[in-house]
Design a protein around this ligand. Structure first.
Ligand code: FAD
Ligand code: NDP
Length: 436
């Protein structure tokens, strides 16, 4: 048996022990082990437990490059949807309060926003959700392990604690739902040393002050929107277009609205370097892509929102032969979330070609749990997923953009109609910005 272990596993012989047990009894420690306790992983593990499966979920947060860390629940709860939406709400309230004067509310002449008060409230709310998730796992009899997981084979997971203590678990099925983390443009001098990302901004104790947001997709525009809304001098640096992949006309409405709302845009540029000036602020140097002219400006914070990278590197997937998309680093998955290795499944942000959205991760996780428990064969339908970009103008869409419809059907194969709907009460007494 020891020889069998040595053949099957190139790593330490000690770790063969659970497999030894399994081979003797034909049983595993768990029916299902989930690596990653975010939107998808938690939904999948709780659903599986409710269907009578014996389930463990491993969740572990590597601190950001700036040292920010958080609790159970993954990106959405800690550094995504939830704190983002709360800060967006803080910004909308500011606008409403300003408008309120015209409706008769007596307000002081100058309104001031206190970042520290907002941040404390947001962070306390997030901590309450972290706690809530732990309680739910306990109630549903899911074993929660604060361990960093990797795969030893298609039935064995190795968990490592912060202190380096190892735990080995075996399972009939293993699900990977480890999500992603923000990227840094490491080739730009000073980017990592002086910059922050969405993993940090929601956990800052003090206001980021005058901020340069680099990037022009969901994360960049949403962060720039709430930073502007709470009164901070905010600039977005756009490399090419804003909201790539979205309907161009609608993307234009969003950025026009943001500009009118006070966000500055620098188009067609990327930072060349970021330096800390002796007097304190950060100096950002960039070249205008059209004229090639060099520009410099100073900021208190530089927030990189240049996309997200999947968390696959430390999972031991190469040894096991789990196929990755070489370009994106994401796990190649089938319609049933299966990977190239039997008994190993992956979904959520880590899955190649999947929308990076919480509701799809939750739904896909629940459906996977049902299939793994043998309760259903239903697959997730990833078509026509609705999404919203929460800038001051909340833009929601579903289906194809006009450009994509035209690409598929040809210009003569589609009909485009548009209608501007303005709620009668909005803008009646305030200085609302409308498009017609
Ligand atoms: P995650 O939620 O990222 O969870 C993965 C978990 O696995 C994390 O806790 C991670 O620490 C852990 N982990 C990683 N590696 C290991 C390991 N080796 N061992 C153990 N644990 C590990 N989506 C929306 O639908 N609506 C929104 O409004 C929205 N807003 C967003 C705003 C921001 C700023 C960001 C960044 C994202 C937003 N998203 C939003 C996207 C949404 O957060 C993600 O799509 C969703 O969280 C993905 O869920 P997941 O389960 O795939 O991964
Ligand atoms: P995206 O990958 O969608 O966008 C990256 C942005 O950064 C693009 O504008 C890109 O520009 C730009 N960029 C990339 N590299 C550089 C560089 N080196 N220098 C300058 N700019 C650069 O990433 P996000 O992080 O914004 O969003 C990730 C996903 O998270 C989204 O797809 C979404 O699914 C999810 N999300 C959902 C939200 C919601 O539902 N409301 C909110 C936030 C995130 P270019 O176009 O030129 O490549």
């Amino acid at each position: 048996m020891a020889a069998l272990c040595t053949v099957r596993h190139r790593w330490k012989r000690l770790k063969c022990l659970p497999i030894f047990t399994r081979n003797l009894t034909g049983r595993y420690d768990y029916d299902l082990v989930v690596i990653g306790g975010g939107s998808g992983g938690l939904a999948c593990s709780k659903e599986a437990a409710q269907l009578g499966q014996k389930v463990a979920v491993l969740d572990y947060v590597e601190p950001s490059a700036k040292g920010t860390k958080w609790g159970l629940g993954g990106t959405c709860v800690n550094v995504g949807c939830i704190p983002k939406k709360l800060m967006h709400q803080a910004a909308l309230l500011g606008t409403a309060v300003k408008d309120a004067k015209k409706y008769g509310w007596q307000m002081p002449e100058t309104l001031r926003h206190d970042w520290a008060v907002m941040a404390e409230a947001v962070q306390n709310h997030v901590r309450s959700l972290n706690w809530g998730h732990r309680v739910q796992l306990q109630d549903k009899k899911v074993k929660y392990l604060n361990l960093k997981g990797s795969l030893l084979d298609e039935h064995t997971v190795r968990g490592l604690s912060k202190a380096g203590k190892e735990t080995v678990l075996t399972a009939k099925n293993i699900v990977i739902a480890t999500g992603g983390r923000p990227k840094y443009p490491t080739q730009i001098p000073g980017a990592v040393e002086h910059g922050i990302t969405s993993d940090d901004v929601f956990w800052l104790k003090q206001s980021p002050g005058k901020t340069l947001v680099v990037g022009a997709s969901y994360v960049a525009l949403e962060c720039a929107g709430f930073l502007t809304g709470i009164g901070l001098d905010t600039t977005v640096m756009v490399r090419s277009v804003a909201l790539r992949g979205f309907d161009r006309q609608m993307a234009g409405l969003v950025t026009d609205y943001m500009e009118a709302y006070g966000t500055r845009f620098v188009w067609g540029s990327v930072p060349q370097r970021v330096d800390r000036l002796p007097s304190g602020p950060l100096q950002v140097t960039w070249n205008d892509s059209e004229t090639g002219r060099e520009h410099k400006d100073t900021f208190d914070s530089v927030l990189w929102a240049v996309g997200r990278a999947p968390e696959t590197k430390t999972l031991g997937l190469d040894k096991l032969g789990v196929q990755l998309n070489q370009e994106t680093g994401k796990i190649v998955v089938g319609p049933d979330e299966s990977t190239s290795v039997p008994n190993v499944y992956a979904f959520g942000d880590i899955g190649e070609g999947r929308p990076e959205l919480t509701p799809t991760a939750i739904k896909a996780g629940k459906l996977l749990a049902h299939r793994l428990a043998g309760q259903s064969t239903d697959l997730m339908n990833y078509d026509n997923v609705a999404t919203t970009v929460f800038t001051p103008l909340e833009y929601g869409c579903v289906g194809l953009s006009e450009e994509e419809a035209e690409r598929r059907r040809g210009k003569d194969g589609i009909e485009v109609g548009s209608v501007i709907l303005i709620p009668p009460w909005s803008g009646a007494l305030n200085n609302g910005i409308f498009f017609s």
